[in-house]
Design a protein. Structure first.
Length: 78
């Protein structure tokens, strides 16, 4: 089984209620820090950049391109 180097934002405080990311050559993986054994999203790097751009601009989740919104995001309870 492949292991990943999961990281949390330095802005997450105690780190108990945030998302974690890991990177591979072809994807950015995102998971809920409260459920590390649970599901994770595998996003193309370009979709991750789109997400970060929208987040930095203060966009709502509903305004994020369909490549990273929809069922996959709702499945994680976000």
């Amino acid at each position: 089984m492949q292991t990943f180097d999961w990281r949390k934002s330095t802005y997450s405080g105690d780190g108990s209620n945030c998302v974690e990311i890991a990177t591979t050559p072809t994807a950015v993986l995102v998971r809920d820090s409260k459920n590390p054994a649970g599901p994770h999203l595998a996003l193309p790097p370009t979709a991750w950049v789109d997400f970060l751009t929208h987040a930095a601009e203060g966009e709502a989740l509903a305004d994020i391109p369909e490549t990273i919104s929809g069922e996959a995001v709702r499945a994680l309870g976000w």
